[in-house]
Design a protein around this ligand. Structure first.
Ligand code: HEM
Length: 283
């Protein structure tokens, strides 16, 4: 995470006092970090897989409202169907090959270790500064995940008939739970629900949610919630802390606020900011 963030910051030197689209930058950063973490030395191959997954995401989003006739779809394939089938097969093959290689490396004892000591130090430093500052990084992250949840809904299949208030939900029904709707419900969050206010989390989740802690679920809930929670939060904190040590930034006048869903919530026209190098005052 640290090495990839450093590479990104090195690139940013060319953009000092200029406009840069941080949405593109963070896309590159996160795919590089996950590729290196998941695939180790094969991370370039991993990045290729993420590019293919991004393409799949576009195909899925573009086809989500297409009506399919059962059976006929098997014989009549659109160019999107053919492309996504090819992508799926290539991704599956690459994964299988990499897993085999990793298995062999593990047996030979060739897999890298991680710099855990430095991580421990960094996170401890953050936990300490949380205590003293009014707005902590966790509050900012939570508020961003509340207002702009990357996953706009989670689904569950109901195993047996249940009653939810006045509604009876029959068995086998698929229920879509809208993260967006719950995260923006004024009865839970208050009338300022549409404002970006990290301080709403200052006194904990129960206070922020009017005692409905399950109303905040950017990573889903229950035994099948996201396995990448700690990974993503750590990644955000590491990258942000490294960025903020070097830069202050303001939104560029060219920025147009337009969140859209392309499998995950994304800024349609990017996020253009102006980077100002930060020179900390010596005490
Ligand atoms: C900000 C970043 C992320 C968000 C907001 C997010 C959100 C989610 C959500 C809402 C779910 C569905 C959970 C549910 O149905 O209850 C999910 C599932 C999952 N996520 Fe994430 N995720 C993020 C990053 C990651 C990362 C970095 C990884 C991998 C390292 C990851 C791996 C997974 C997996 C494997 C599942 C399926 C879990 C299961 O079905 O048991 N996620 N994620």
């Amino acid at each position: 995470m640290i090495a990839s963030s450093e590479i990104m910051l090195e690139r940013w030197r060319h953009y000092e006092s200029k406009e840069i689209d941080v949405f593109l930058e963070f896309k590159v950063l996160t795919s590089e970090i996950i590729s290196k973490t998941a695939f180790g030395s094969s991370y370039l191959e991993g990045q290729h897989i993420f590019d293919m997954l991004t393409r799949m995401a576009h195909i899925i989003s573009g086809n989500s409202y297409r009506i399919r006739i059962p059976g006929i779809g098997f014989f009549l394939k659109t160019s999107d169907d053919i492309e996504s089938e090819n992508l799926e097969a290539t991704i599956r093959n690459s994964f299988m090959k990499m897993m085999k290689r990793r298995e062999q490396e593990a047996m030979l004892g060739d897999i890298d270790g991680y710099g855990n000591d430095f991580f421990g130090f960094l996170l401890e430093a953050y936990h300490d500064s949380d205590k003293t500052k009014k707005i902590s990084m966790s509050m900012v992250i939570n508020e961003s995940l509340r207002l702009y949840s990357p996953i706009v809904a989670v689904t569950r299949r109901v195993e047996r008939e249940i009653k939810m208030g006045k509604i009876t939900v029959p068995a086998n029904m698929e229920v879509i739970i809208s993260t967006l709707a719950v995260h923006q419900n004024p009865e839970i969050w208050g009338e300022d629900v549409h404002l970006f206010k990290p301080e709403r989390f200052a006194e904990g989740l129960a206070k922020a949610t009017n005692n409905n802690i399950a109303a905040f679920f950017p990573f889903g809930l229950g035994p099948r919630n996201c396995v990448g929670v700690s990974f993503s939060i750590t990644e955000t904190k590491v990258a942000l802390s490294m960025i903020l040590q070097r830069y202050r930034f303001t939104l560029s006048p060219t920025y147009a606020h337009c969140p859209v869903e392309v499998l995950t919530m994304c800024p349609q026209h990017g996020v253009q900011v102006i980077l100002q190098p930060y020179e900390p005052k010596l005490l």
